[in-house]
Design a protein around this ligand. Structure first.
Ligand SMILES: Nc1nc2c(c(=O)[nH]1)N[C@H]1C(S)=C(S)[C@@H](COP(=O)(O)O)O[C@H]1N2
Ligand SMILES: [Mo]
Length: 253
């Protein structure tokens, strides 16, 4: 996050002309200078865009928590493997973080819980026409990505899930670009409304990406993979609903 704000400040400075004013060499060459101005303007606009994306989504008071938060999609992943995980209270489970990272990680739930946590109360909006307010506790994805160290080729973060929807036999998955992945309110949540994340809401771990609508918020996340392109995963559209039902990949709200 620091490098983004530092670069934003530099971009802003350049845009006001402060940096150019001190640069005598460029002064004499008008077209080149104009080009520089143009690229500064571009940098500034790009940075403003980035900063806008990093502004926080509204967080709500406890009084606005929904009495009932609907369950959508999978409510219990099929198969013996998940059943065994539930029976063992997820002690056997580890979150894998791999792909274009310097240090692949495998973290138990206890290890995830020992990292600094973020709690947020937000509105969830499903494109099927319902909304609900929930409280989520988890670890910022940015923190995990920083722990593992992104390689310079990293562009997207893919969330591989433990469930298959009946419709096609493929595991649920979703993906984000780095802007949303590094957003301070993007967390991998293990707690909901002050309790353990229930099975029907995605235990042991789910994504909360508050800048995006319902289906981007992957439940039952088992593996986080950092990639440079999405076209070799699933049918290549970046998510299960995108592949199966032409849902839009960028579902920002
Ligand atoms: N793994 C997985 N993640 C998922 C889904 C799913 O079926 N499987 N459904 C999505 C949809 S459409 C929505 S609206 C939310 C629902 O989350 P909830 O069941 O906690 O309300 O999860 C999203 N993430
Ligand atoms: Mo949804």
């Amino acid at each position: 996050m620091n490098s983004i704000s530092r670069r934003a400040v530099l971009g802003g400075l350049a845009a006001t002309g402060t940096l150019l004013a001190g640069c005598g060499r460029v002064d004499g060459k008008a077209p080149f200078r104009q080009l520089l101005r143009l690229s500064d303007e571009f940098t500034w606009r790009a940075q403003r865009l980035i900063l806008a994306k990093h502004s926080l989504v509204r967080e709500l008071p406890v009084s606005q928590l929904s009495a009932r938060f609907p369950v959508n999609g999978t409510s219990m992943p099929q198969g013996d493997y998940y059943k065994r995980l539930v029976d063992g209270e997820f002690r056997e489970w580890k979150l894998r973080l791999d792909g274009l990272v310097e240090r692949p990680l495998a973290l138990t739930l206890a290890q995830l819980k020992s990292l600094p946590a973020r709690t947020q109360i937000t509105m969830h909006n499903c494109d099927e026409g319902w909304s609900a307010v929930g409280q989520w506790t988890g670890v910022q994805l940015a923190r995990l990505l920083a722990l593992s160290g992104l390689k310079s080729t990293a562009r997207y973060v893919v969330f591989h899930c433990l469930d298959k929807l009946d419709l096609d036999g493929n595991y649920y998955y979703e993906s984000l670009d780095l802007f949303d992945a590094l957003h301070p309110q993007t967390i991998l949540a293990y707690g909901m409304n002050g309790k353990e994340l229930p099975v029907d809401h995605g235990a042991p771990l789910r994504l909360r990406v508050e800048t995006q609508i319902g289906y981007k918020n992957a439940k039952y996340v088992d593996r986080v993979e950092v990639v440079d392109r999405l076209n070799s995963i699933g049918k290549g559209r970046g998510g299960w609903w995108e592949d199966f039902d032409n849902a839009v990949w960028y579902a920002g709200q």
